[in-house]
Design a protein around this ligand. Sequence first.
Ligand SMILES: [Zn+2]
Length: 196
Amino acid sequence: MPRFDYPCPDCRATNSLHDADCDFEGTPWPDVEKAYTDIVARLSAGPVAEADLYDAVDGEWGALHRSALERLKRDERVTENNDVLRLRTAAEFREQVAEPTREPMRTLYTRGSVPGCHDNAVFAMIAWYEMVGLSWSETRENVIEWLEDSGAWARGGFEEPSPAALVDSKRHVYEAGYGWKEKAEAAKRVIDRHRG
Ligand SMILES: [Zn+2]
């Protein structure tokens, strides 16, 4: 099955298997990719007011463009300041995404995993870094650091002898490009309960 560079703006699928309730099920991929590339091409030239971006795209600014822009904002690829949009540089993006700022990832990142959700939490961290475009070695480094710094490793409950061994045993999660959201939400529920 072909994989696409840009995720579906609604459900984040990168192949033709959309979520059941996705708005763009059946939308031709060239149309999806064109919406993204119209936006990214204009933003690559420099920051632009959101209203001016609508005029800069080829053809009509429609639902697909609107959703693609929302997706780029949610995925932290594009920043917004006083209605001016800017594309993050690759370096800036990598730095930014190393510290997830939105829920449920924020809780996982800041509180760390607790016994009872280790599998889901580690899965979610790896899948999330894969989604935001980190290489495997960057992902591995970030997740190991997170296991140590968040106190998750010290809480115990792991079968592997070290954080590195644990992360290496989950490489298939990165390779498969699984979604992070459900696992992250499940882990957050356990972490929230643990906090009492
Ligand atoms: Zn979709």
